[in-house]
Design a protein around this ligand. Structure first.
Ligand code: MV4
Length: 473
């Protein structure tokens, strides 16, 4: 086992990894930018090193991070999520420096990062994929129209190296092909420095169901059930649920077997996620594979009782997976909501600043993964997520009750947060019935928007009118 691990990340995930290190009696090393000097991960780690004055470079300068690890004698690097976590070049450099990468091999990261290569690999291994094509860049517009008609509209164009909802375009008829193909290529080049674009049949309003997998370095892989991550806004997840409230045992058995087969086809090691699109008839298709620990791993931990970060570390250290699929048990339902410092009424723009009041929800079966505290100032340079609230209960219905209770208890003042919006989701009838897919938020935005943030001026005007009427004017 390692004696010291460097954490190439910040915020709540850095704190989560430090806790896993402490649980395993491993020393933790934090890295940070100047603006993060008072952050929780810096205070909690066994050692901390400023990598850069620059807010982002500190977590993106791979060479400086590797040097810090070598200088302090860390034997492994945990990348968390975001930043360098899916950067195959960085993973390879870490390994070449004689440091263990806590994640799958750089060759696997590179292959799964190429959505088209991942599709082809899955297809060759009998994994169900959405009907579609290889990259279309060598085809004329007329040829592309013929292909689209053969697949059948609507179709979706995707950048081979895409991610985060960038470089995708839905096309509904021949007239929209040329404009969208060219726009998709331009966006792919701008964001991913590669203009390869391929086509798939567009699945309307699918559910996003992903399977957590964990493997060792010797080919043993199990899945840890699924999460429903359909509740997203502009490709940002807001709510994640494990297991899926719409799953049945037969579908889980089949999708789980496919998820494990997909991971084996990729020579996967360590923790990862297989994402599926599921249509209204429960047909499911491989979408992509995430080669990192994900934000939403906590709901899987809560229903299985497995410490996923701890298992990542143990796997990377060479331990044999001590589990068969039949030994993966689970209990109840867990729901996570992402609490972001955002102004919901103002198109969810980030709302950084000083937290003046902070009373986290507590009580049984309530977990908060966070790196903020009273009087902490949220810097404007990073993601707006400030806490993950995770609740669990024996049924989905009771988990929704607990979510409402915990969100009503959670008090943050000084910055605007998504808590009131999340509370409206938690109280929504369709949410409680499990009646949602990836179109849920966009379709129901009006209804879910918190009243108090609609428009203060309108409320003031309404009260003024009421007073005026009562006064007899
Ligand atoms: C799709 C799809 C429907 N059909 N592919 C969105 C981001 C990228 N990861 C893939 N995405 C989608 N691919 C086919 N063939 C619908 C989406 C999609 C989506 C997927 C998961 C969660 C939310 C989504 C929101 C819009 C579109």
């Amino acid at each position: 086992m390692f004696s010291k691990i460097l954490i190439a990340n910040r915020g709540e995930i850095a704190v989560r990894i430090i806790r896993a290190c402490n649980d395993l009696h491993i020393k933790s090393v934090a890295i940070y930018s100047r603006i993060d000097k008072d952050s929780m991960h810096v205070k909690m780690a066994s050692e901390s090193y400023e990598i850069s004055q620059d807010a982002l470079k500190a977590y993106l300068d791979g060479d400086a991070i590797i040097n810090a690890a070598l200088n302090c004698g860390a034997e492994a690097i945990h990348p968390g999520y975001g930043f360098l976590s899916e950067n195959a070049d960085f993973a390879r450099k870490v390994k070449n420096a004689g440091i263990v990468w806590i994640g799958p091999d750089s060759s696997v990261i590179a292959k799964m990062g190429d959505k088209n290569a991942a599709r082809e690999l899955m297809k060759a291994n009998g994994i169900p994929i959405v009907p579609g094509t290889k990259p279309l860049n060598n085809h004329s517009i007329e040829e592309i129209k013929i292909i689209a008609n053969k697949i059948g509209y609507p179709v979706i164009l995707k950048a081979s190296n895409g991610g985060g909802g960038r470089g995708i375009r839905v096309v509904r008829n021949d007239n929209e092909i040329q404009e969208n193909f060219e726009a998709c290529k331009r966006e792919a080049m701008a964001f991913f420095k590669n203009d390869e674009v391929f086509m798939e049949k567009y699945i309307e309003n699918p559910r996003h169901i992903e399977f957590q997998i964990i493997g060792d370095n010797y080919g043993n892989i199990v899945h840890l059930l699924e999460r429903d991550c359909s509740i997203q806004r502009r490709h940002q997840k807001l709510v994640e649920i494990a297991p899926s409230p719409t799953m049945n045992l037969d579908l889980r058995r089949r999708m789980g077997a496919v998820a494990v087969a997909a991971a084996k086809a990729a020579n996967y090691t360590n923790a990862g996620t297989i994402e599926f699109l599921v249509d209204d008839l429960n047909n499911f298709y491989f979408m992509e594979m995430n080669t990192r620990i994900q934000v939403e791993h906590g709901v899987t931990e809560e229903i299985t009782g497995f410490d996923l970060i701890g298992r990542q570390i143990r796997s990377a250290a060479g331990e044999i997976l001590d589990l068969n699929q039949s030994e993966v048990l689970h209990q109840g339902y867990a729901i996570e909501v992402r609490i972001n410092a955002e102004d919901v009424a103002n198109d969810f723009v980030p709302n950084p600043g000083k937290i003046t009041t902070y009373y986290p929800a507590l009580g049984p079966f309530v977990r908060i993964d966070s790196a903020v505290y009273k009087d902490y100032t949220i810097p404007p340079n990073y993601d707006s997520m400030i806490a993950k609230l995770i609740v669990r209960a024996s049924s989905y219905d009771l988990a929704v009750n607990k979510l409402i209770r915990a969100l009503e208890e959670f008090t943050i003042r000084g910055v605007k947060t998504t808590i009131p919006f999340l509370l409206n989701i938690a109280k929504d009838r369709d949410f409680r019935k499990g009646n949602f897919d990836t179109s849920y938020l966009e379709s129901n935005m009006q209804r879910l928007m918190p009243n108090e943030t609609i428009n203060k001026d309108d409320i003031v005007a309404a009260i003024a009118t009421a007073i005026a009427i009562r006064a007899g004017y």
